[in-house]
Write a protein that binds this ligand. Structure first.
Ligand code: CAA
Ligand code: NAP
Length: 247
């Protein structure tokens, strides 16, 4: 049986950790990519080992920077072999109403959440196509699908990911490479916990299931999308949001 190699960006964050763990349970080699300025990748690794996940590789790179992302992919390949599964998961928020939004907050969110998808996917996808198998999973957001006040930057980047996903899916459809997007609703990670308490409580009240999603619920979807049986699904947006937005 082929042992697949998966590269996950933003791997040491809330969703990234759950996605790495789901892939490890599937028996894949997992490369956890992290921002070079992250304090303690070794601590994350030790935590994973303590939880029974012993075989993660790590690779450093700033996904918003083309050269840094390329070097990160090269480091991942040198440690774990060619990448079969890529999850573009790294992301940030800089929430502010548009009238007050600084150009730097626009640029930071666009370059980290959208340009990153170019930077990391390009060095990986061509090789997947040449080998005739690949899975690319892009983490968008419910707020890229429906828009969110206070997030013009983030909604634009996450909507951009959806267009990118459909266009690249068409280019790779005959090459054995699928390209799909996941649009999570509000999931309990530090990104959501950073929202002001009163606003966050209002958000959870507005979710029909009356709870935030769990990171492992996104991990499970990545597991499915990277499987052999998901080979007929491409160009799709999978909405997973507790009923917050149905489309
Ligand atoms: N639409 C229109 N007006 C709104 C509004 C909305 N949705 N929300 C608030 N307002 C109004 C308020 O009523 C208030 O009006 P008054 O001054 O007349 O009372 C005014 O705007 C100021 O509201 P805030 O106190 O909220 O303003 P702020 O400057 O302190 O905060 C903000 C602005 C940072 C954008 C804040 O509203 C916020 O955090 N909103 C949540 C945005 C959000 O959902 N972010 C998701 C982050 S997690 C994530 O992104 C993951 C994912 O993919 C799901
Ligand atoms: P998180 O815990 O903050 O994780 C985000 C990760 O991305 C962090 O590990 C962060 O590293 C990394 N990162 C940020 N900028 C980077 C850069 N320039 N280069 C490399 N890595 C970088 O947030 P999360 O909730 O898990 O979010 C993961 C993804 O899901 C994001 O794309 C987010 O937009 C999306 N999403 C989240 C939700 C939600 O409700 N949580 C919903 C929909 C979509 P540092 O910590 O070192 O900065």
């Amino acid at each position: 049986m082929t042992i697949r190699t998966a590269l996950v960006t933003g791997a040491m964050g809330g969703l990234g950790t759950a996605i790495c763990q789901a892939f490890a349970k599937d028996g894949y080699k997992v490369v956890a990519a992290y921002h070079p300025e992250l304090d303690k990748p070794q601590e994350w690794l030790a935590e994973m080992q303590a939880a029974g996940f012993k075989d993660f590789f790590i690779a450093a790179g700033d996904v918003s920077d083309f050269e840094s992302a390329k070097a990160m992919v090269a480091e991942a390949e040198s440690k774990a072999g060619e990448i079969d599964i890529l999850v573009n998961n790294a992301g940030i928020t800089r929430d502010r109403f548009f009238a007050k939004l600084d150009r730097s907050q626009w640029d930071a969110v666009l370059s980290t959440n959208l340009n990153s998808v170019f930077n990391v996917t390009q060095p990986v996808s061509t090789k997947m196509a040449a080998r005739g198998w690949g899975r690319i999973i892009n983490i968008s957001s419910v707020n890229g699908v429906r828009g969110q006040a206070g997030q013009t930057n983030y909604s634009a980047a996450k909507a951009g990911i959806l267009g990118f996903t459909k266009a690249l899916a068409q280019e790779l459809v005959t090459k054995g490479v699928t390209v799909n997007a996941i649009a999570p609703g509000y999931i309990a990670t530090k990104m959501v916990m950073a929202i002001r308490d009163d606003i966050r409580n209002g958000i959870v009240d507005g979710i029909p299931m009356k709870r935030f999603g769990k990171p492992e619920e996104i991990g499970a979807l990545c597991s499915y999308l990277s499987s052999e049986l998901a080979g007929y699904m491409t160009g799709a947006t999978l909405n997973i949001n507790g009923g917050l937005h149905m489309c």
